[in-house]
Ligand binder design. Structure first.
Ligand SMILES: Cc1cc2nc3c(=O)[nH]c(=O)nc-3n(C[C@H](O)[C@H](O)[C@H](O)COP(=O)(O)OP(=O)(O)OC[C@H]3O[C@@H](n4cnc5c(N)ncnc54)[C@H](O)[C@@H]3O)c2cc1C
Length: 512
């Protein structure tokens, strides 16, 4: 028997689920959100240990620029977060060279100094295409195009967007000149690995151009780290009357011949709701529907991650040291698996993140899930952990340019991600932006089950807190919650529930 009745049940309290729930609650829906962990944020969450507060996975904050999607959503919820722009956005360390990834005009001089003037046509083309993608994305499109999304797409589409169609089916490598230097190729592949999860030869051209352009859209620092986004969204949900149940696992999505009918929790309760948003990876959705996930040939190599959480003492690093670093240890060895690393530091003086004026670091590397599964079944898990830990410290020392003796060190593996986020096989980072799986070929927010929509980083447009925020907006739109209308009428003051507002009435009208 159903315990309670809601307008909307949301499965998963990562940034996708929180955004969907907050927008629905803001529009007056009675919202129930179930989250496995005891804090919000999923892969963009935090944990505290030994006087440090670590970002668990995601560290780089975007989406707070003039057309930034986090800023727009949060403002529509009556929330303002102080976001400090970072320049350079990161430092990239290739063997024998360092490249500062600026988002402003200094980037042109930097790339010419690093790679030479002759590759300027490549960068110009990349920026021109990226501008088109950002322009389109700012209108919050729904893809892949289908009959049900036709009205929304028609509303946001402009004739100038047609130019983007010409890049379909091509990889960003096509833009690279044949005589591109090994350093330029390494740099591009490194950057794409963290933003598109695939190398240039496999990454969709338009999305690849945008993925190389994230610095120009702005990278920011938030006091408290990236999890500040999730905690702000969670607060907004509660402020608008929504319910968040932490330490609560959804065990099954129930359907009947009319479509979605409710969710069953692992503790035996049933939550009745008219609609549901599954904000968990697609493979997890299949499991909750009682179907077996199967590897999709469209998505190719999928990644998990290994993370190192490192505490440093005061004075270990200068105050003006950039907060984000990407390191390639050996250009002869494939990227990922502790040969390429991403390192992020808490800001100097962030007392809530590190004890005694120290720094909290998250180091991450892409990890082949199969390699870890095989190592564990062969009893070699600890050996592999040691090997990764050693490489990760070597990468940190490469970035810092000196020997580092951490005051705290803990490793997270694919199993850690599986345990804390329940993500199938510990796969993270979403669906890679390959030609076969991006844009028009991406997975839609429509589940095929009436009343159930999908969002998160395995759904269009894919990974990152920014990407999953668009997916969440798309996931609630079919239920009558149109973010563009919400943001245009965001005059409701912070802290005031809106259950009696016009948008709530619109919602109730469309949720019969
Ligand atoms: C190491 C790493 C580094 C990254 N770096 C960046 C970065 O710098 N910048 C960036 O923008 N992005 C980054 N990303 C990607 C970004 O973190 C994700 O794409 C995004 O946060 C995913 O959000 P989500 O809500 O789709 O999924 P998740 O964050 O995975 O959230 C899903 C939530 O659902 C919960 N859940 C799952 N199953 C159930 C269930 N049955 N019942 C109840 N709850 C359930 C989980 O506990 C989890 O909280 C990184 C990711 C990783 C792993």
């Amino acid at each position: 028997m159903a315990d309670s009745s809601f307008d909307l049940a949301v499965i998963g309290g990562g940034v996708a689920g929180l955004t969907a729930a907050a927008l629905a609650a803001r529009a007056g829906a009675r919202v129930f959100l179930a989250e496995h962990h005891n804090v919000p944020g999923g892969c963009a969450s935090f944990f505290q240990r030994d006087g440090y507060r670590f970002d668990v996975g995601a560290t780089v904050v975007n989406g707070f620029g003039p057309r930034g999607i986090h800023r727009r959503v949060l403002e529509s919820l009556g929330v303002t977060i102080a976001a400090t722009p970072l320049e350079p956005t990161m430092l990239v360390h290739l063997p024998g060279m360092q490249i500062a990834r600026y988002g402003d005009a200094r980037w042109r001089d930097e790339r010419i100094a690093a790679f030479g003037e002759r590759f300027e046509p490549f960068w110009h083309a990349q920026e021109r295409i990226a501008d088109r993608v950002w322009d389109f994305a700012a209108r919050l499109p729904t893809l892949p195009a289908d009959l049900a999304s036709a009205w929304h797409l028609a509303r946001v589409f402009r004739p100038r967007d047609l130019a983007l169609l010409q890049y379909q089916g091509q990889s960003i490598a096509r833009l690279l000149p044949h005589d591109a230097s090994p350093e330029l190729r390494s740099f591009i592949d490194l950057q794409l690995l963290i933003t598109a999860q695939a190398p240039a030869s496999e990454t969709d051209l338009a999305l690849g151009a945008a993925a190389l352009d994230i610095a120009r859209e702005g990278t920011f620092h938030l006091a408290g780290g990236i999890a500040t986004i999730a905690t702000a969204l969670a607060r907004a949900i509660r402020r608008f009357g929504g319910t968040i149940a932490y330490r609560t696992d959804v065990a099954r999505i129930r359907t009947d011949r009319r479509g979605f009918s409710g969710i069953e929790l692992a503790d035996g309760r049933t939550i009745a709701a008219r609609h549901a948003v599954a904000a968990i990876p697609y493979e997890n959705v299949l499991q909750l529907l009682g179907r077996a996930p199967s590897p999709s040939s469209r998505t190719g190599q999928r990644w998990s991650a290994v993370t190192a959480y490192v505490g440093l003492e005061a004075g270990d690093l200068p105050d003006d040291f950039p907060l984000h670093h990407q390191v390639l240890l050996d250009p002869r060895v494939p990227l990922g698996d502790a040969n390429s690393l991403f390192i992020s530091f808490s800001a100097p003086g962030e007392r809530e993140r590190a004890r005694n004026g120290g720094r909290a670091l998250t180091i991450s590397t892409h990890a082949d899930p199969l390699r870890w599964e095989q190592a564990y079944s062969a009893g070699r898990g600890s050996e592999l952990q040691r090997a990764y830990a050693q490489q990760m410290l070597a990468g940190l020392e490469r970035a810092a340019g000196k020997r580092i003796v951490p005051s705290f060190f803990e490793l997270g593996t694919p199993r850690t991600f599986e345990r804390y986020t329940l993500r199938y096989r510990g796969l993270v980072g979403g669906t890679p932006q390959r030609i076969e799986s991006a844009n028009l070929r991406a997975r839609s927010h429509r589940s095929g089950i009436k009343g159930l929509t999908l969002c998160g980083d395995t759904i269009f447009p894919g990974q990152s807190t920014v990407g999953v925020t668009l997916s969440a907006i798309n996931a609630v739109r079919p239920f009558g919650i149109d973010f563009s209308a919400l943001s245009a009428s965001a005059s409701v003051g912070a802290g005031r529930p809106v259950s009696d507002s016009a948008s709530a009435l619109a919602l109730r009208a469309t949720i019969p």
